[in-house]
Design a protein around this ligand. Structure first.
Ligand SMILES: [Zn+2]
Length: 334
């Protein structure tokens, strides 16, 4: 009975021996459930630690994936930004070029205008003539419109480098330049019309010296070479040899070519813009009524027909029917 109790007591406990090298062996009796509890605790600890580590690993993995995605996105954005910066540089250069172009167009317009004398308001063109009154009015209106060209209204661009936040203002500038280019194109078209009309006018105006020679009688009141009394000389006399070439002082249409009393063989040319020119005392006429002649075209040969004392050209210029001093017309640049 006693031994049975001892066995059952022994089976419910462990003996723990500590065996040092020098001293006596020490023995501890430990209840048998304690190691079981310890093993259970160890299992629980390992399990929870494993779960924790797995969870940590999963979270880290997620974070890593997220990081890769975001990193790629960042790379893309960086590339986009770099590209945009490049585009802005190109844009900046383009704007600068446009600006320069606009300025040169504006300068060119001014140069062309001053070359053909359109920078001022010519007196002649604003006045009406019998055959081209409507034309003159149109010219006048166009002259006024063409004076308001784009000069001075070109937008001033920033000199420093453009930044991303400058894009809206860059867009505004591009729009502005685009509008300016459109206006410039319109202005140029108006200018071309003005220049064409101006060239027509300059071609028509009788301001070319009609012949070579010396002026023997000026325009205005003078002593009459026949009567000795005072009379009004409606033109200038240019003396030279018989047969000296006489040229049209401006382009126009021959309205008279024939013999007419004291004028002798005479040519009358209508130039438009209110101008007419008369070439008298010719020996020979080289054009006929209705001929459309060019400025500088030879129209006759100098002679002494009609009321004349020697070979000379009586050159007369009429403006709206009234004789004006031909020298004034010849020397006037407008
Ligand atoms: Zn005369």
């Amino acid at each position: 009975m006693n031994s049975k109790n001892t066995r059952s007591k022994k089976s419910k406990s462990f003996s723990l021996l500590i065996v040092p090298q020098s001293n006596d062996v020490k023995q501890f009796n430990v209840a048998s459930w304690i190691p079981k509890l310890l093993i259970l605790l160890i299992i629980i600890t390992i399990s929870s630690s494993s779960y924790f580590i797995w969870d940590l690993y999963t979270s880290f993995s997620d974070l890593q994936d997220d990081y890769i995605v975001k990193s790629k996105r960042l790379d893309t954005l960086t590339n986009i930004t770099t590209n945009q910066k490049e585009e802005i540089k190109v844009l900046e250069a383009t704007i600068s070029e446009f600006n320069d172009e606009l300025e040169s167009i504006s300068e060119l317009q001014q140069t062309v205008k001053s070359l053909v004398g359109l920078d001022g308001q010519p007196k002649e063109e604003s006045k009406e003539s019998n055959d081209s009154s409507t034309e003159s009015k149109n010219t006048d209106a166009k002259l006024k419109s063409s004076t308001s060209i784009t000069r001075g209204t070109i937008p001033i661009l920033r000199k420093d480098s453009l930044k991303l936040e400058d894009i809206p203002s860059t867009q505004i500038q591009i729009n502005s330049i685009s509008q300016m280019l459109e206006k410039s194109q319109t202005d140029l078209n108006v200018l071309i019309e003005d220049v064409e009309q101006r060239l027509d006018y300059l071609e028509a105006k009788p301001n070319l010296e009609p012949t070579k020679g010396s002026i023997t009688s000026p325009f205005g009141y003078r002593k009459d070479p026949f009567t000795g009394g005072t009379d009004f000389h409606s033109g200038i006399d240019i003396a030279n040899w018989y047969g000296t070439k006489v040229k049209a002082a401006g382009s126009g249409v021959v309205t008279f070519a024939g013999y007419n009393g004291s004028y002798g063989y005479v040519i009358v040319v209508k130039h438009g813009y209110g101008y007419e020119s008369i070439y008298a005392h010719n020996r020979k006429l080289l054009v006929k009524v209705g001929d459309r002649i060019k400025k500088g075209q030879v129209i006759s040969e100098m002679g002494s027909t009609g009321r004349s004392t020697g070979p000379h050209l009586h050159f007369e210029v009429r403006y709206h029917g009234d004789p004006v001093n031909p020298l004034t017309v010849l020397n006037n640049d407008d």
